[in-house]
Each structure stands twice: as C-alpha cells, then as structure tokens.
Ligand binder design. Structure first.
Ligand SMILES: NC(=O)c1ccc[n+]([C@@H]2O[C@H](COP(=O)([O-])OP(=O)(O)OC[C@H]3O[C@@H](n4cnc5c(N)ncnc54)[C@H](OP(=O)(O)O)[C@@H]3O)[C@@H](O)[C@H]2O)c1
Length: 280
C-alpha cells in the first residue's frame, strides 16, 4: 500500500487548522499549502507533537496569485505521484474592493480561481491515489447572488455578493468534479461548515470594529472544533458524502443558483477560457 497523503489549503487558521489537527492521525503524510511559511512551520511542529510519525511538507501557495498556484503544483508534482485527499479550504472575506495581481476581484481570485487552477493541476494525482477524494469547503453564502458577467472582474463591488459568488463558484467546481470524474472513482463533497468563529473577515476592519461586530455575532457562531466536524466527517466518510452538499454534516439539497445548470456551464466554461484550459 502506498503512503496516504492529505493536501490542504488554508491549514494555518480556523477550520483548516482544526481539521488538519484531527486528521494528523489519519494520514501518513500531510501537505500544508500555505501563504505564510512561518505559520506553516509553527503548525508543522504542532502536528508532529500530535503524531510524531507524520510526514509534513510545507508548500508555499498564495491562492490569490495564479503563478504561485502553478509553482506550488509544480513542486508537488515533482515530489509526489498521488494525493489521496485534497481539501480546498482556504478562503477570505474582503470588505473593500481589491484586485489580485492577475486583475481579478480578490475574493473571486482567492476563493475560486486559485482553487480551481490548483484542483485542475492536482486532479491527476488525486485520481492516481487509492482514496480519490476532494473536499471543497464552500458556504451557504452561495445563495446570496447569481453569477453575473463580467464574472471575474465585476464593475461594482459588494462584499456580500462578491463573497457569495466566489462560494457559488466553489460549489460549481465541486459539482463539475462529481459530474465529470465520479465515473473514474473520484469522490467529491462540498461542505458548508456552519457559522464558525474564525479569523475570516477580521483583518479587513479595525480591531475595535471587529471586536464589537464579532462580540455581537458570537451567539450565532459555533466554535472551531465544532465547525470543522463537517469537513472531518466528509473526509472520513467519502462514500456517504460523495456528490453531495453537506450542510453542517447533513446531506442537503442545493437550492437557487446552486442548482442552475445553465449558469454553472457558462461560468465554468468562462473559467476554463480565462485560465486557458481545455477541461477541468
Ligand atoms: N467561518 C465561517 O463561518 C465560514 C462559513 C462558511 C464557509 N467558510 C469557509 O471556510 C473556509 C475557511 O475559513 P475560516 O473561517 O477558517 O477562515 P480563517 O480562520 O480566516 O482561515 C482562512 C485560511 O485561509 C488562508 N488563506 C487566506 N488567503 C489565502 C491566500 N491568498 N492563499 C493561501 N491561503 C490563504 C489563511 O491563511 P493565513 O493563516 O495566512 O491567513 C487561513 O489559513 C473558507 O473557505 C471560508 O469561506 C467559513
């Protein structure tokens, strides 16, 4: 049997960090795809304390930059021939209009374009593994707004619709993976982890505002340990969740824009064209 390998984005905070700490005893090797190498090194030490046998590789990957995603994928492909489970977890909320270096709206770049390209690059390795699993951390925010052209460089900025569209994109990505690769054994799940008290969105506002807003919202949030359970369940039970949307662990119907096949087709085709790819 080959060594089991987990690759995860955004493992240095929140849901990703909680998830990888639990899964540290489930896999032989973990690839930590991080934008901050120092945080990655700190996390590696923590994981080794939990499982001294675990092999941990830190891979630099800024998902908001396509060149960084390509470099990360090249590094991974030069070292490994398979990945058992890829968790696309990293994500941001931006409260002001920002552009990535590639000229995309920053949430669309970080939450969708980078993960799409990463998934495309690593898919052959996942399909070459025994487990063949991809978990996409999406969000119920997919219901916030339909996709609207221009998809990646919107004329008007709204934090709410911008975040919602980027998460709708991740849901479409999961659906495409299931539709086109499940016959090859790929098991894909999109997960809404619930409203979880993490760092997301907090760096965008002043510490005082963040404290007031998040203290007010706190009763509605679950803890990180609770929030990562749905991701962990999806990883541990790929057959149960394959092809489904997990809403905090419950298999749930995808509504509104999430089930608009025509919209998905148009959006995915536009993504492939933008990234100069023939297929996912
Ligand atoms: N929290 C919620 O209520 C909630 C609800 C639904 C869905 N989600 C989704 O859950 C996922 C995890 O979010 P979280 O709540 O755990 O947030 P978080 O605590 O802010 O963690 C986000 C992670 O993503 C990483 N990241 C951010 N920008 C990146 C970039 N450009 N390149 C690479 N990595 C990057 C962060 O790295 P650093 O440590 O370097 O910042 C961090 O590890 C996101 O996809 C989010 O949309 C969250």
């Amino acid at each position: 049997m080959s060594e089991s390998i987990l690759a995860i984005t955004g493992p240095t905070s929140g849901i990703g960090r909680g998830t990888v700490k639990v899964l540290a005893t489930e896999f032989d090797r973990v690839l930590l795809l991080v934008r901050n190498l120092e945080k990655g090194a700190y996390l590696k030490e923590e994981l080794l304390e939990l499982n001294s046998q675990l092999k941990v590789d830190i891979i630099e990957c800024d998902l908001s930059e396509l060149s960084s995603v390509r470099d990360a994928a090249t590094t991974i492909k030069s070292r490994f021939d398979h990945i058992d489970c890829l968790i696309n977890n990293a994500g941001i909320v931006s409260t002001s209009k920002k552009e990535s270096n590639d000229g995309y709206e920053l949430m669309m770049a970080t939450n969708y374009m980078g993960p799409f390209l990463l998934t495309h690059e690593l898919l052959p390795l996942v399909l070459n593994s025994e487990r063949k699993q991809i978990v996409v951390v999406s969000s119920d925010a997919y219901r916030f707004a339909p996709m609207k052209k221009p998809f990646f460089k919107p004329k008007r900025f709204s934090a709410v619709t911008g975040y919602g569209r980027s998460k709708l994109g991740t849901l479409y990505l999961a659906q495409e993976l299931h539709e086109f690769y499940s016959h090859k054994g790929l098991r894909t799940t999109a997960v809404h982890p619930g409203m979880v008290s993490t760092n997301i969105g907090k760096s965008n506002v002043s510490p005082t505002v963040a404290k007031i807003v998040f203290t007010l919202l706190d009763p509605f949030f679950v803890t990180i340990d609770e929030g990562c359970q749905s991701v962990i369940s999806a990883v541990k039970d790929p057959d149960k969740y394959a092809g489904f949307y997990s809403d905090e662990g419950d298999i749930a119907a995808v509504k509104q824009y999430g089930s608009d096949f025509k919209m998905r087709r148009e959006f995915i085709d536009a993504t492939l064209k933008e990234l100069n790819l023939q297929a996912l």
